[in-house]
Design a protein around this ligand. Structure first.
Ligand code: ATP
Ligand code: MG
Length: 348
């Protein structure tokens, strides 16, 4: 029976993950679950944000359902003990190079978007962001120049194999949707982007059924608010993807609604809401659990080959929202548990 690692973490992580778990339990799937400590909770209990037992559990599991990490109590710790290191450690250890971030506006949430309702309604896209390369992992540091000035440097780098494998995820994702892929880069200025564009075009030969186009990232950022309905599947590097997906999330309404998947080249994946541990509202029952619930749906679809169960969860969230269920981030008064109840009530 497939094993799911539940790493709930800090802040609102445990609250929202509990609702995702209730939804999974109600579906009566043949899955087993094992919980592990991660983040500040793990540091406090075991002295490290990513204990060996948790890493072993993550390696053994068929998929990981992740809550959030981040704890103000841990802010003063040395870098390797900070809760956030757990997520980087898991991505690296499991080779989770592909980040899928769907952003769509749920019917009824038009007024939660930063955009005008008629524009917001057109948002339904997936950003495929490369997750283990780019400026985040190149040579970096602060050095002193010949003139005695401090100089910061972060090397931006991608090799062609890294570009090709994320490009394939982009093309495969496009195949499951409208057969259109937009690659976003800055090829007019950056050598990495020039290589990116060349390699994406080479890979496109294997996907003659997918229509490929290209856009510079500055233009993409502008188009995202001007006319987001033109976007369907976007593939881009780590840095550009980070920025564009935050922009997309605001266009799609609340941060509490958006799930994500981080995948490697087997079916294993780590699934988590795009939001963080939200210490400002932790423990108060104010967190919106929908992002966590929708992350569980992505897990069923991508790692466990249970697309029907995933569809049922997504339909239940959509129906709950359409029926007026609202946590405070959506302008309502429901608690985290009551929002979970509303989703459960709509599970066909
Ligand atoms: P991280 O660095 O982990 O991404 P962050 O600093 O970006 O964290 P979040 O923890 O995502 O911050 O919180 C940002 C804001 O959004 C906070 O005001 C928080 O209360 C709110 N928020 C985050 N998640 C939710 C949620 N599920 N429901 C309601 N509000 C949320
Ligand atoms: Mg954040």
């Amino acid at each position: 029976m497939p094993l799911i690692a539940i790493l709930a973490g800090d802040g609102i992580g445990p609250e929202v993950t509990a609702e995702a778990r209730r939804v999974l339990d109600t579906l009566g799937l043949d899955l087993t679950y094992e919980e592990g400590l991660v983040g500040g909770a793990a540091f406090k209990a075991a002295g490290h944000p990513l204990p060996t037992e948790t890493l072993d559990l993550a390696r053994r599991a068929d998929a990981i359902l992740f809550g959030a990490v981040g704890d103000p109590d841990c802010d003063a710790l040395e870098r390797q003990f900070r809760p956030e290191q757990a997520i980087l450690g898991l991505r690296k250890a499991l080779g989770l190079f592909a980040n899928l971030r769907p952003a769509k506006l749920f019917a009824g949430l038009e007024d939660a978007s930063a955009l005008r309702p008629e524009i917001a309604r057109s948002i339904d896209m997936v950003i495929v962001r490369e997750l283990t390369g780019d400026v985040y992992f190149g040579v970096k540091g602060i050095r002193t120049t010949a003139d005695g000035l401090r100089e910061g440097h972060d090397e931006m780098r991608y090799d062609e194999a890294e570009i090709a494998r994320i490009a394939r995820v982009g093309f495969e994702t496009a195949r499951t949707r409208k057969g259109k892929l937009l690659s976003v880069d800055k090829a007019n200025v950056l050598e990495t982007s020039q290589l990116w564009r060349d390699v994406v075009i080479e890979v496109s030969a294997d996907y003659p059924d997918v229509e490929l186009s290209h856009m510079y990232v500055d233009n993409a950022a502008m188009q995202m608010v001007r006319n987001p309905g033109q976007f369907d599947v976007i593939v881009t590097g780590n840095l550009f993807g980070d920025i564009l997906s935050d922009e997309a999330s605001m266009c799609a309404g609340s941060i509490g609604m958006l799930p994500s998947a981080a995948l490697n080249d087997s079916n294993k994946g780590m699934y988590e809401p795009i939001h963080g541990s939200a210490p400002d509202i932790a423990g108060q029952g104010k967190a919106n659990p929908c992002a966590a619930i929708l992350s569980a749906a992505m897990m069923l679809r991508h790692s466990l080959d249970l697309p029907d169960a995933a569809d049922r969860i997504e339909a239940a969230v959509a129906a709950a929202i359409l029926g007026g269920a609202r946590t405070p981030d959506l302008g309502g008064t429901l608690t985290t548990r009551e929002m979970g109840d509303a989703v459960l009530a709509n599970l066909a």
